[in-house]
Design a protein around this ligand. Structure first.
Ligand code: BG6
Length: 488
């Protein structure tokens, strides 16, 4: 495994939840696996007053329970935390950046680091414009010379509409080059999501079947049992469409639907992703209500920081088509929601039925042949088909051929953030979104959001927590997925 060059990782918003919950634990896992650059320094930057020591202690407290649960060496955690530093400053004020700059310079000097810096924006989206602007004003957006680099990682949500995403893109691109901007979508960091590409493009057997001739429909779902928990303030402004569909589900769909790139390199792969997004058939205004169902779980309006009259959707079910040579006429379905019966994310490829039904009323054809790619939990790939039940007559039973990741007992399944952080340090943007893809996906989603805004609460269906979402989802006509529990 190639190691990234020695560098400095600056985390804006370091006193927030993401740093302790995802970023530092992922860096620690990478450290344990000896995948970090030998001299990586991590500099947390946010407003809360901490010394380096206090910040380390705070992070230690947060990380310790999971370290103990995984039986990891606590001494190693202390060793890792020695790489972590902190600077307290107000990132909204350009005049405060010299303080950050000085700390960065001091660290680079004392750890003998080259001028290679990754900025990570673990901040609320409202700061995505101001921080890069201040970096520019303080000449911190460029390395001293060509041997160094500056990269910036931007968390989702990237914009709240096509217009705002375009504006943000324009702004960032006026400060950093496109290849220096890493727009994160943590679903792309998931092993099983990446495996879709390997499954499709390293095996000859799937390609002949992977098209409108043999595939009946494709269903992509991400169901969650939890509600909005402590994130009501953010979620109530986002909703399931912006929180899950516009990014995670669209990205998953692109991996399932894209053409093979000419070579397995970031730009050719991202070119194919954009082509898929551009081929998604836009909805006509009068078909949105029939093709897209939104729901809100009962009790949502009483959640902390949620508007008591909220019209935000916590569930989306939708049907759409991709107008291209491969997928013409094949319905794609998305299902996602909070407070559903199970936490599962999966892709189900439903194959067409046999040309003529010989085993009437039993598992055959369409309902029978599925390829289920389970993203989480119990990461697995299952091919389902019908076989004769032993004994008299011809009873057909649906059976599955399984590959489960945990059967590769020695293989460690890294968290999505581990892979994505490592890629940003290595300069590999394959699993990050490019601006044109993001805009193309907003172009598809925007009219739905505008339509909902016009309709207000009309067409927002309630559903009971723990149920499969609103009954109205039935009208989309999706075949029930196996073992998913997230729709009808
Ligand atoms: C996040 C959303 O991006 O993804 C959350 O903001 C959601 O609302 C989460 O819960 C789901 O991610 P995962 O990896 O748990 O499926």
């Amino acid at each position: 495994m190639i190691k990234a060059d020695n560098q400095l990782l600056v985390i804006f918003g370091a006193s927030g939840d993401l740093t302790g919950r995802k970023l530092l634990p992922s860096l620690f896992e990478l450290d344990i696996r000896d995948l970090l650059p030998d001299r990586l320094c991590v500099l947390g930057a946010s407003r809360t007053e901490y010394t380096d020591e206090e910040f380390r202690e705070e992070q230690r407290k947060q990380m310790l329970p999971s370290v103990q649960k995984k039986h990891m060496d606590e001494k190693k955690l202390d060793e890792f935390l020695k790489r972590v530093y902190y600077v307290s400053f107000n990132s909204m004020e350009s005049a405060e950046y010299p303080k950050l700059k000085k700390k960065m310079k001091d660290l680079q000097h004392s750890a003998d680091l080259p001028d290679k810096v990754v900025y990570y924006m673990a901040t609320p989206p409202s700061m995505y414009e101001v921080i890069p602007q201040c970096l520019k004003e303080n000449r911190m957006n460029r390395a001293a010379d060509k041997t160094g680099f500056r990269r910036i990682v931007v968390e989702k949500p990237f914009g709240t509409s096509l217009e705002s995403a375009q504006k943000l893109n324009e702004h960032l691109c006026s400060i950093f080059k496109e290849e220096e901007i890493y727009r994160i979508d943590h679903y792309l960091g998931k092993e099983t999501v990446q495996n879709i590409l390997v499954l499709r493009f390293s095996n000859g057997i799937f390609e002949p079947l992977w098209n409108r001739n043999y595939i009946d429909s494709i269903e992509i779902s991400a169901a969650e049992t939890l509600g909005v928990e402590k994130r009501g303030g953010y979620y109530d402004r986002a909703g399931a469409m912006k929180d899950m569909v516009q990014n995670h589900l669209m990205q998953l769909m692109s991996f399932v639907a894209m053409e093979a790139p000419s070579v397995f390199e970031p730009e050719p792969i991202r070119d194919e992703i954009v082509k898929v997004f551009r081929s998604v058939r836009p909805y006509m205004k009068n078909e949105i209500d029939d093709m897209v169902v939104r729901g809100q779980y009962e009790g949502y309006r009483k959640e902390e920081n949620v508007d008591p009259n909220s019209q935000t959707e916590t569930y989306v079910g939708m049907k759409f088509f991709i107008d291209n040579w491969r997928w013409s006429g094949v319905p794609f379905f998305f299902f996602t929601g909070k407070k559903l019966p199970a936490k599962t994310s999966e892709v189900v490829i439903h194959f067409k039925s046999t040309p003529h039904t010989l085993f009437v009323g039993q598992c055959s054809g369409g309902s029978c042949n599925k390829l289920v790619i389970r993203i989480q939990p119990n990461e697995s790939i299952t091919l389902q088909f019908g076989l004769k039940q032993p004994g008299a007559g011809f009873k057909v039973k649906q059976v599955g051929m399984d590959f489960r990741y945990d059967s590769l007992a020695t293989i460690y399944l890294p968290d999505a953030y581990e892979r994505l952080l490592l890629d940003a340090m290595l300069g590999d943007s394959t699993l990050y979104s490019r601006s044109d893809a993001l805009e193309a996906s907003w172009r598809f989603i925007d009219p739905i959001l505008n339509h909902w805004k016009e309709k207000g609460v009309e067409g927002l269906f309630p559903y009971a927590p723990g149920s499969n979402g609103p009954e109205e989802t039935r009208k989309l006509g999706a075949e029930p997925a196996i073992d998913c529990g997230c729709h009808f």
